[in-house]
Ligand binder design. Structure first.
Ligand SMILES: Nc1nc2c(c(=O)[nH]1)N[C@H]1C(S)=C(S)[C@@H](COP(=O)(O)OP(=O)(O)OC[C@H]3O[C@@H](n4cnc5c(=O)[nH]c(N)nc54)[C@H](O)[C@@H]3O)O[C@H]1N2
Ligand SMILES: Nc1nc2c(c(=O)[nH]1)N[C@H]1C(S)=C(S)[C@@H](COP(=O)(O)OP(=O)(O)OC[C@H]3O[C@@H](n4cnc5c(=O)[nH]c(N)nc54)[C@H](O)[C@@H]3O)O[C@H]1N2
Ligand SMILES: [Mo]
Length: 684
């Protein structure tokens, strides 16, 4: 027997991460045997993060879902029997039709988020389906809404420094950004900058691996970044280190900012943030004078009650100093605004008019899924379709979410790769393909390369792409519009046809040939300087400084917040991402579960409670409780405890820290406030 020669196929990592890596998959006899980062991609540069380097283990996991399933046991037990696709789709279509008839289409709620960043599988046929149906509209707020709202309000667009240009910086601030854990492809550029003398500082309540690797780590109190930024602005203005000409040319509202910052001298900022006043002065002066200065802002600091204001203030720092003029200077929160695709063509919001509802459907904020399933009325949610998400593990108010999922009168469909906590509550489970098995188009929020992938591997068992599943449901519900007959390639062509200059000359054929194509954000071979001047990146030509929105107020759930609450629950819990996981996508792995079982607590707080290293502890507040294992450590400051997000409940044998997190909303954007969370801890 002649052995089949190994073949290398291209793919793209679809996980929700700024890096959106270009992949090379080695295939032998139809089976993936090796996965690596494409050495030719300017940001992937031939390496992968530890979790995705082992993605083939996930791909071929023995617990992967391979056939449609119907529930046989009580909800939550995860007991199912296999059924055929036709039977499954017929049943779903029938139930959706019945709910629509009895309760109206808004009684149907889709719930999806970050399973795949692919636009074809994650935001095209599915959206068309729910728009045409007239289903409740899900607000996708769980991750970044406060930050992007603030950025757009201030800059008018979502652009940032190219990762490749960080190599030119002399000062780099990682602000609420765990670069080594969540954005590791930025790291080599930081290493290069440091080799050339750059300094690297981290502002984060937790001293994680990124903080350990920094020249300085500022252990800021959670939720107080706004006060730090205002303190820095105060110093920069007092020392006259601002770029008056840049501000004059490009900013409106500067006088208001000056008046506000007057009231935030370093002493006040210090009291609020816990960072010594002298260090705030030094940081501000260094920031304004060491050039180029780049800020890597990630979404960590906007997951609190005043998250949008914090992002507004931090994003003003490079405006104030004119850091944007320098190659390697400025700020990176997201690059997604470079991808000027035709999103309406993809998702077809106009189809709502054909739903028969006669008005736009109601919106449901995904942060409040628990309330939606237990409290919402007129109509109540009677059918829930979950895909690309695992809310039983990742949404706040976990106990309320579970209470909702347990409802006998709720019909739940879960489209998944794995038997997640959410899938355990499904009436019907449908097996989905992974990004290695389907076609997709990928934007990025961490670089400026548009990418496309074809299936690199055959789909195992009976798994199907989301696109096809929603297409078949549309057919069964009798949706006749042409757009439901579009192919995946049709949809990609529609998305590319926006006519925007950034996409000129980028066709499906070219993407297919090259895999990854740089957007036309700057002339070939030249770096992109979105806000340097000249062709200024904001459409209005001006930044909007809205000082009224920048007044500091402590989060209700914080050490300066509600007093009665603080007395009962005196510790601030932050639940950032685990380095080993990707939200809950790898949480079936024992190493992720082990990591997520740990609660970091400062020696003083531990001693006061008689807690020793390794002790089993109960973490609790009025919303719920969970059992973790204490790690006594000064990686957190007194008053702060830290547990890693997104464990599977069944791997912890009980509730996860999201049983503790709140479904309050951010100041702007109605985003999630995972990190404004007061708790108490006791030894079990
Ligand atoms: N390994 C890994 N990579 C991931 C993910 C993952 O789960 N694991 N998830 C992906 C997703 S969904 C996202 S959105 C991105 C997120 O990427 P990041 O934003 O970098 O990660 P987070 O853990 O959400 O938060 C970043 C940091 O903010 C800190 N932080 C918390 N509260 C505050 C505060 O009040 N002020 C400041 N200054 N910092 C604060 C946290 O301690 C954390 O270290 O990462 C993506 N990449
Ligand atoms: N406490 C706390 N909670 C958090 C956070 C935090 O920092 N702290 N972070 C929040 C953030 S930033 C985010 S983005 C959310 C993320 O939360 P979710 O959106 O729930 O993301 P995941 O947990 O990664 O779950 C995605 C699921 O989609 C599935 N999937 C992947 N690809 C496909 C596909 O092509 N088709 C289908 N049908 N399914 C697919 C995967 O198997 C996986 O189970 O979590 C939030 N939750
Ligand atoms: Mo996220």
């Amino acid at each position: 027997m002649g052995s089949t020669a190994a073949e290398v196929r291209r793919s793209v990592c679809a996980l929700d991460c700024p890096d959106t890596c270009s992949l090379l998959v080695t295939v032998e006899n139809g089976r993936g045997v090796r996965l690596r980062g494409d050495p030719a991609h300017p940001v992937t540069r031939g390496f992968l993060c530890a979790k995705v380097a082992r993605y083939l283990e996930r791909e071929y996991s023995p617990i992967r879902l391979l056939r449609p399933l119907r529930r046989t046991g009580p909800k939550g037990r995860g007991e199912f029997e296999p059924i055929g696709w036709d039977e499954a789709l017929e049943e779903i279509a029938g139930r959706l039709r019945a709910v629509r008839e009895e309760w109206g289409p808004e009684a149907i709620l889709p719930y999806n988020y970050s399973g795949t960043m692919g636009l074809v599988q994650g935001a095209s046929m599915d959206r068309r389906f729910f728009h045409r149906l007239g289903a409740s509209r899900l607000l996708h707020t769980i991750c970044s809404e406060a930050g992007t709202t603030a950025l757009e309000a201030t800059y008018g667009c979502r652009l940032g420094v190219e990762p490749e240009q960080f190599r030119h910086a002399k000062l780099i601030l990682a602000w609420g950004a765990n670069i080594l854990g969540t954005n590791v492809h930025l790291w080599p550029f930081i290493v290069e900058a440091r080799r050339n003398g750059a300094r690297f500082y981290v502002i984060d309540p937790v001293r994680n691996r990124t903080g350990e690797a920094a020249d300085r780590h500022y252990a800021i109190h959670p939720g107080t970044d706004l006060a730090l930024a205002l303190g820095m602005i105060h110093v920069i203005l007092r020392e006259k280190l601002h770029d008056a000409a840049y501000l004059e040319a490009y900013a409106e509202g500067f006088d208001g900012l000056r008046a506000l910052a007057e009231r935030y001298p370093p002493e006040r900022a210090s009291e609020l943030t816990g960072i010594p006043a002298g260090e705030i002065v030094e940081l501000a002066v260094e920031y304004a004078t060491m050039r180029p200065a780049a800020i890597r802002l990630n979404y960590g600091l906007q997951r609190c009650e005043r998250g949008a204001a914090a992002v507004r203030a931090v994003t003003l720092l490079p405006v104030l100093t004119g850091a944007w003029r320098d190659l390697g200077g400025g700020m990176l929160l997201t690059t997604s605004g470079g991808f000027q695709l035709d999103f309406d063509a993809l998702t077809r919001p106009d189809l709502v008019e054909r739903s028969g509802l006669g008005r736009p459907p109601r919106s449901v904020n995904m942060v409040r899924l628990g309330r939606a399933l237990t409290e919402l009325d007129a109509p109540p949610v009677k059918a829930l379709v979950v895909y690309d998400a695992n809310p039983a593990a990742t949404a706040p108010r976990q106990e309320l979410v579970i209470e909702g999922l347990r409802r006998e009168d709720l019909f739940t469909v879960v489209i998944e790769h794995f038997p997640t906590d959410t899938a355990d509550y499904a009436d019907i489970v449908l097996p989905a393909t992974t990004f290695l098995e389907h076609t997709d188009l990928y934007l990025s929020y961490g670089h400026y390369y548009l990418q496309m992938a074809r299936p690199a591997l055959p789909a195992p068992g009976e798994a199907r792409p989301n696109f096809r599943i929603f297409q078949e449901l549309a057919q069964r519900l009798g949706f006749e519009e042409d757009c439901f007959r579009n192919s995946e390639d049709d949809v990609i062509r529609q998305a590319l046809a926006s006519g925007h200059p950034y996409l000129e000359g980028i066709t499906l054929e070219r993407l297919e040939r090259e895999g990854s194509v740089r957007l036309n954000v700057s002339p070939p071979g030249q770096p992109f300087l979105p806000f340097a001047g000249g062709e200024f990146g904001a459409p209005s030509g001006k930044y909007v400084i809205d000082a009224v929105k920048l007044e500091y107020a402590p989060p209700v759930e914080s050490r300066r917040g509600d007093e009665a609450l603080r007395r009962r629950y005196p510790l601030e819990l932050v639940t950032p991402k685990s380095d080993e996981g990707l939200s809950s996508t790898f949480s079936y792995r024992d190493e992720v579960a082990a990591r997520c079982r740990i609660l970091e607590i400062h020696p003083e707080d531990a001693a006061r409670r008689g807690i020793g290293d390794g002790d089993a502890v109960r973490v609790f507040n009025s919303r719920g409780s969970c059992r973790l294992s204490a790690k006594v450590s000064d990686a957190v400051a007194p008053g702060v405890v830290c547990a890693r997000a997104a464990a599977w409940r069944k791997k912890l044998s009980g509730p996860t820290p999201n049983a503790l997190t709140s479904d309050a909303l951010t100041d702007e954007g109605e985003g999630a406030v995972f990190y404004s969370c007061l708790v108490e801890v006791e030894r079990c």
